[in-house]
Write a protein of this length. Structure first.
Length: 155
């Protein structure tokens, strides 16, 4: 039984690796694709700024699950590439607010469009019932991974 679980886990690992390569392939061959310009940390910061419009460095560090120095390096790279801008907060001049630039918002929208296209391609391989079943099961797997792997919020 344990061997069967290990074999299934290996099959999942391999399938996720193949899926990751397939999703990155277009980014490698197309310089305009968002994946050609952004690494995982960049994507995490961009997603944070899409979700809440602005953020401060401590929120970025928390989203990256990294020290402030690492978050600063990521933000510096995004600022240099013209995707993120820094501005002093009106309410507290000591605080620096981060936001996507027009180019950053354009790239985030392009990324969302590409992710939706990729999702539609994958879902098209399944019947309507299989799609519903897959999403139910996949959501359960994501919740289990989040619960087991993400840091617990500090109280």
């Amino acid at each position: 039984m344990a061997k069967a679980k290990a074999d299934l886990a290996e099959e999942l690992r391999a399938a996720l690796g193949r899926l990751n390569r397939a999703l990155k392939a277009e980014g490698i061959s197309n310089a305009e694709h968002p994946y050609a310009r952004l690494n995982l940390s960049d994507l995490v910061v961009a997603e944070l700024l899409v979700r809440q419009d602005t953020a401060i460095m401590s929120e970025v560090a928390r989203a990256l699950d990294s020290p402030l120095s690492t978050a600063t390096t990521v933000v510096d790279r995004l600022v240099k590439s013209g995707l993120v801008e820094r501005a002093r907060a009106e309410s507290d001049r000591r605080s620096v607010q981060l936001a996507l630039t027009t180019e950053g918002r354009r790239l985030a929208a392009l990324l969302k469009k590409q992710q939706l296209k990729s999702s539609q391609i994958m879902m098209a391989a399944l019947s309507a019932q299989e799609q519903r079943d897959f999403l139910t099961l996949f959501e359960r797997m994501v919740v289990a991974a989040e619960h087991a792997l993400l840091p617990k919020p500090k109280k």
